[in-house]
Ligand binder design. Structure first.
Ligand SMILES: [Zn+2]
Length: 280
């Protein structure tokens, strides 16, 4: 499943490609025909990203009406395909035929996209979008994220921190790779009780997750190495060089073995030597 950086990157790329444009919407597969009708022939105003959720906002037909939102959660199989409608010289380019089961096709003036296989694709109002986001946790890629509110939840919870990191109603946007690698970067064992974290450990963890996600948006891939976290030159690491402990055999810090077990339904990876089970 895509982690939060992919969602924010999609919001950024689609905003650049389509914001301000009048769009045509359709559902080639037929499962979103009514929804497509609701947004067809409107201008795309902006795109909201929160954790793993996206919301495309379309202008109201009449000024006094509310904007209409299209809420998307990609889930495991959802995939966007962005198409340019002009080539580099500005000549028009033909839109390809829909491939596979396209839930929604959005065609703007200079670009278009197809969405296949999302977990959720539905029309929302500003109120119903608020109901959705109220259930989501803090997303460090959002300007309105609140570390104090998050600290209150973490510092009073008996949950294991490794499980809590995957709970989208606490940390929005963190997936399995960020969970494993951020805990390793902060030398915190995934099975530590959340409330055993000191304020310093929490601050460092939150900061690390924020930096990892920001690098992810910028580079459109996950890079969690020490060099990347310290703001040094990243270069073009291979997939395995880009990560710390996720799906690794040996620890990049101490060369010791990485162990893996199930936690919150997913395989967690950690170095038992570097990530202490005892609070500081
Ligand atoms: Zn180690």
């Amino acid at each position: 499943m895509p982690e939060g950086h992919t969602i924010h990157r999609l919001a950024r790329d689609h905003t650049k490609a389509l914001a301000g444009q009048k769009i045509e919407a359709s559902s080639p597969q037929g499962r979103f025909t009514d929804g497509a009708e609701r947004i067809d022939d409107r201008r795309l105003e902006r795109i909201d990203a929160w954790g793993k959720h996206l919301c495309y906002w379309f202008e109201p037909k009449r000024k006094r009406d509310e904007p209409v939102g299209m809420h998307i959660h990609l889930g495991l199989y959802g995939k966007f395909r962005l198409h340019r409608l002009t080539d580099r010289d500005g000549n028009p380019k033909e839109l390809p035929e829909p491939r596979g089961a396209v839930r929604v096709r959005i065609v703007g003036e200079t670009a278009a996209f197809d969405l296949n296989g999302p977990n959720t694709c539905e029309i929302v109002t500003p109120d119903s979008w608020q109901t959705i986001t109220e259930r989501l946790g803090e997303d460090p890629l959002r300007a309105d994220c609140d570390a104090e509110r998050l600290w209150k939840r973490v510092s009073t919870s008996r949950a294991e921190i490794g499980s809590m990191l995957l709970n989208q109603s606490v940390f929005a946007g963190v997936g399995n790779i960020f969970r494993c690698d951020s805990l390793h970067a902060c030398a915190i064992h995934p099975e530590r009780e959340a409330r055993s974290l000191s304020r310093d450990e929490f601050d460092q963890l939150w900061q690390t997750i924020a930096v990892m996600l920001k690098i992810g948006v910028k580079r459109n891939r996950i890079i969690t190495t020490d060099a990347a976290l310290k703001g040094g030159k990243i270069g073009r690491p291979s997939r395995s060089e880009a990560l710390r402990v996720y799906k690794k055999d040996c620890c990049p810090t101490c060369d010791g073995p990485i162990t893996s077990w199930e936690q919150a339904g997913r395989a967690v990876f950690a170095c038992e030597a570097c990530q202490s089970k005892d609070p500081d």
